[in-house]
Design a protein around this ligand. Structure first.
Ligand code: FPP
Length: 249
């Protein structure tokens, strides 16, 4: 029985978020430059997008570049930007053909103009995709996102569009960059670290976490389905007790 057949297709995570970590260490272990690890990371993205689509996952969010990643050596940052532009340009037609819609979240104003142009084009071209929404978190950090949301909410209160008494969890969610996305059901982090690194802090309140030592370039269909199987073995209680969950099913 294949791993794909082992999945319970009635209990799939709707939204999977991934912290793709370990490209640099993957390259170092092979005596290669870090950039080679990022290139293999793009190959892994393609495999994982295909596997997610095959399993009818509806949303896949990838942490491609954090706000903190701007502090990496300029050469690495520039290499990553060029790699993203190259990969997105090359894949847009295929993404469109396969019904994959691209979205971006993050402080996109910090991106160089040529990255912006490429992303806008890809987002426009793939806007009709209904099979899988692939969200690229770029120049993203959760604390930045929450600070931005706070500014917008206070601005709306000042302008009288919003009453302070009406602010609740839903209001905050509506001012986040993820306003059109369901919260992730499953968060995967590759590369051996067990932390969330400023990623979707608000949205992951009830998310199941799956950590693996596998470096991102070695992550593919089998590894994705292993993570989904782990998720399917979890009981999601949302603060309730087991008996209540069993009764509700
Ligand atoms: C983490 O590995 C990986 C990144 C910071 C970059 C990931 C980006 C890509 C694979 C390219 C994305 C492209 C598209 C089209 C979205 P690391 O460098 O932190 O690895 P290390 O922890 O081993 O040093």
């Amino acid at each position: 029985m294949s791993l794909f057949d082992k999945l319970d297709h009635n209990r799939l995570p709707v939204h999977i978020a991934i912290i793709m970590d370990g490209n640099g260490r993957w390259a170092k272990a092979r005596g290669l430059e870090r950039g080679e690890g990022h290139k293999e990371g793009v190959v892994a993205i393609k495999k994982v997008v295909e596997a997610a689509s095959k399993a009818s996952i509806q949303y896949l969010t990838l942490y491609a570049f954090s706000t903190e990643n701007w502090s990496r050596p300029a050469e690495e940052v520039e290499g990553l930007m060029h790699l993203m532009v190259y990969a997105i340009t090359r894949e847009t037609t295929d993404l469109k053909r396969n019904g994959v819609r691209i979205m971006c979240i993050g402080d996109l104003d910090r991106l160089p103009e040529y990255v912006h142009t490429t992303l806008d084009e890809c987002i426009r071209e793939t806007a009709g995709g209904t099979r899988l929404t692939l969200v690229i978190a770029l120049s993203y950090s959760s604390r930045w996102e929450l600070a931005e949301a706070t500014k917008k909410i206070t601005g709306a209160v000042t302008r009288g569009i919003l009453q302070e008494k009406d602010i609740n969890e839903e209001t905050i969610g509506n001012y986040l960059t993820t306003r059109d996305l369901p919260d992730p059901d499953l968060l995967i982090r590759t590369g051996g670290e067990r932390r969330i690194s400023n990623f979707l802090l608000w949205q992951c309140a009830y998310t199941e976490f799956y950590f693996t030592d596998t470096f991102w370039p070695d992550f593919g269909e089998k590894e994705l389905y292993d993570a989904v199987l782990y998720y399917q073995g979890r009981e999601r209680r949302y603060g309730k007790i087991s008996e209540q969950i069993e009764f509700e099913q």
